[in-house]
Write a protein that binds this ligand. Structure first.
Ligand SMILES: Nc1ncnc2c1ncn2[C@@H]1O[C@H](COP(=O)(O)OP(=O)(O)OP(=O)(O)O)[C@@H](O)[C@H]1O
Ligand SMILES: [Mg+2]
Length: 258
């Protein structure tokens, strides 16, 4: 693994000039067209962009599941292009192990992070109480609702040892009210842990409500159209949704995406 000597230690993530082509010759299709972005340590960054612009592909490149055609990925100041295991990932559909109980899924994350068995059991109990799911500890994932599943998926990612979390449309499948509750829940947990987060969402409001910075992508081949620093103080309040500055930013991003 190559070390970054250029003083970039503060970055949880740097994607440098990422280009991705699928196929070759006449069938070649460029999906990502020279895209650079960073996530600072402890920063919450959201990506919004048109459907099919290459966001999931970018996540796969960051997570080492797909090689970039050009460019490289640095995580925590180390060049990690093409390497797995450096991020924790919450996919769009929850990916809990169906043959393990809810508690079993969480214990596994803790054990992978180095906790002993007794410690993992104890911590799992505490966390399930914190997220209001202690009654479901011994149930299997299929009995949980969509919102509950996403809470467990998110918790599992949070307890994983990696400092950088990637969330790909984690609330996309939820109804509006549950989604709002989940956003608030996510923020309250994130405020405590201050992990570095990169989140993909189709909701401009969600991006503005959650993030320190919002990155707007073009249609494919994706490049960064514009970045917005979100100035609203934390902890964020629900009242923000009716704030004038909030709605001006929302309109501005909407125009960009049109
Ligand atoms: N393995 C692959 N081979 C060929 N084309 C691919 C492959 N994976 C993705 N693509 C193409 O790359 C483009 C971007 O896909 P991607 O899933 O990254 O988009 P997205 O921005 O995540 O879209 P959405 O917002 O709908 O989830 C699409 O046109 C898709 O068909
Ligand atoms: Mg996608």
């Amino acid at each position: 693994m190559q070390k970054d000597t250029a003083g970039n230690k503060q970055s949880a993530l740097q994607a440098k000039q990422i280009r991705k082509r699928f196929g070759s010759g006449h069938a070649a299709k460029e999906v990502i067209g020279g895209l650079s972005l960073t996530v600072a340590d402890g920063e919450f960054v959201s990506i919004v962009g048109p459907s099919g612009s290459g966001k999931t592909t970018l996540f796969k490149i960051i997570g080492g599941l797909e090689p970039p055609t050009e460019g490289d990925i640095w995580i925590g100041g180390e060049q990690t292009t093409g390497e797995r295991g450096h991020i924790s990932y919450v996919p769009q559909q929850s990916a809990l192990l169906p043959w393990r109980t809810v508690a079993g899924n969480i214990e596994l994350s803790l054990t992978i992070s180095g906790a002993g068995r007794q410690e993992a059991k104890q911590k799992t109990k505490e966390w399930l109480e914190k997220i209001g799911l202690h009654e479901y500890a011994d149930d299997y994932p299929h009995v949980l609702s969509g919102g509950m599943l996403q809470r467990v998926s998110f918790l599992r990612a949070l307890l994983a040892p990696q400092q950088l979390m990637l969330l790909d449309e984690p609330f996309g499948a939820l109804d509006a009210l549950t989604r709002l509750q989940m956003q608030q829940w996510l923020l309250s947990i994130w405020e405590e842990s201050r992990r570095s987060v990169l989140l993909v969402t189709h909701s401009i409001e969600e991006a503005l409500f959650l993030s320190d910075r919002v990155i707007v992508l073009s249609a494919s081949p994706a490049v960064v159209l514009q970045e917005f620093v979100i100035p609203f103080e934390r902890p964020r309040r629900e009242a923000l949704w009716t704030d004038i500055a909030f709605n001006e930013m929302k309109q501005h991003i909407y125009e960009l995406l049109k």
